[in-house]
Write a protein that binds this ligand. Structure first.
Ligand code: A2P
Length: 342
């Protein structure tokens, strides 16, 4: 590989893929060339890249010759099928799907939290679930000081997390309802406009959803601490961009709200927005289109000796997906790890 890698975005026509292209351009990622891949349906169409456009190519098993780095966001089955071909061709994969996240051979990385895990990658690095990323960016600096024993999280997740078709569905349902029409329900099991669905991804045998268990399991893997107990309720809400989370933590060491604010104001990738008297707190409309994870409403949990409540919001397409993937790629370059180990 020359010092400037050839980069592929797989799923380039999707909500996250488009943001990946925008993030590569915006952050001046030092690519020799960027190529856009999607399914045969989109081959030949154009996607924006900086001030120019890229022609979308159909993804095939032979697409990865000459490509050094592929950012995948085309769903789990596409990753499962194509990532091994990429690695076999010597291409490092940063994968945004859940396909490889809990594989013990695959590091699951948030660069602000566990960048050292990149050192043992074998060709694939997994990008965590969007709700998990924004939570651990905030929890890790608190864990380092006070050791978190238990986390109770409830989420309010935007439709963009489901992809372009869900963004279109919320738009269409709002229009239909304002025109007195029956809303068309296609993507979610129920209407999402002016509604909340306590159901993200599939239900599992333990009665939690897969999204909830992603938050439980991924948090332990990224934080490198199996002893942290996490319980989650994940809810889809009629917001286009920006996931919100109400997070309660119980710590071993007492942290005052003031101490937590001081720690978080120094934390990379985090912005404290916490002045309730001035009606300043995190909201999706403030996080959308921003890189930072916002945290506010920090207050002591008065029901236990060592506990805090907080509200965490981030752009799920940026820090929750595309930005985190590009930051992983930047860190691989910085650490000279952008190669498939032999
Ligand atoms: P396409 O637009 O050709 O269907 P979103 O998450 O916003 O729905 O986007 C999903 C992305 O994954 C799109 O870019 C989509 O391309 C791409 N994709 C889906 N299936 C495949 C596949 N089999 N091969 C390559 N790309 C795929």
């Amino acid at each position: 590989m020359s010092t400037r890698p050839v980069v592929a975005v797989v799923g380039a026509t999707g909500a996250v893929g488009r943001e990946m292209l925008d993030t590569l351009a915006r952050r001046h990622f030092p690519a020799a060339e960027v190529r856009a891949f999607a399914s045969a349906r989109s081959a030949g169409s154009l996607v924006p890249f900086g001030n120019t456009e890229l022609t979308v190519e159909e993804l095939t098993e032979n697409s990865f010759a000459g490509i050094d780095l592929a950012l995948f966001s085309a769903g789990g089955s596409t990753s499962e099928k194509f990532a091994p071909h990429a690695v076999a061709a010597g291409c490092v994969v940063v994968d945004n799907s859940s396909a490889w996240r809990m594989d013990p051979q695959v590091p699951l990385v948030v660069p602000e939290v566990n960048p050292d895990d990149l050192a043992w990658h074998k060709g694939i690095i997994a990008n965590p679930n969007c709700s998990t990323i924004q939570m651990v960016v905030v929890l890790k600096p608190l864990h380092d000081v006070a050791r978190i024993k238990r986390v109770v999280v409830s989420t309010y997740q935007a439709v963009s997390g489901t992809g372009q078709k869900a963004i279109a569905e919320l738009e269409r349902q709002v229009r239909e309802l304002f025109n007195g029409q029956e809303p068309t329900v296609a993507v979610y099991p129920h209407r999402i406009a002016f509604n909340c669905l306590p159901h993200i991804d599939v239900f599992l045998e333990n009665e939690y959803t897969k999204e909830e268990m992603k938050m439980v399991l991924e948090t332990k893997k990224i934080m490198g601490d199996d002893s942290i107990r996490v319980t989650a309720t994940t809810v889809r809400v009629p917001v286009f961009y920006g996931h919100s989370e109400s997070v309660n933590i119980e710590t071993e060491k007492k942290l005052s709200a003031k101490e937590a604010r001081a720690i978080l104001s120094q934390a990379p990738g985090v912005r404290v927005l916490d002045n309730p008297g001035e009606k300043i707190y995190p909201m999706p409309i403030l996080a959308a289109g921003q890189d930072d994870t916002l945290v506010g409403r920090i207050r002591e949990d008065e029901t236990i000796p060592c506990g805090l409540n907080m509200f965490i919001v981030a752009d799920n397409i940026r820090k929750g997906a595309a930005l985190n993937a590009v930051q992983i790629a930047e860190e691989l370059l910085r650490r000279d790890l952008l190669r498939v180990p032999r």
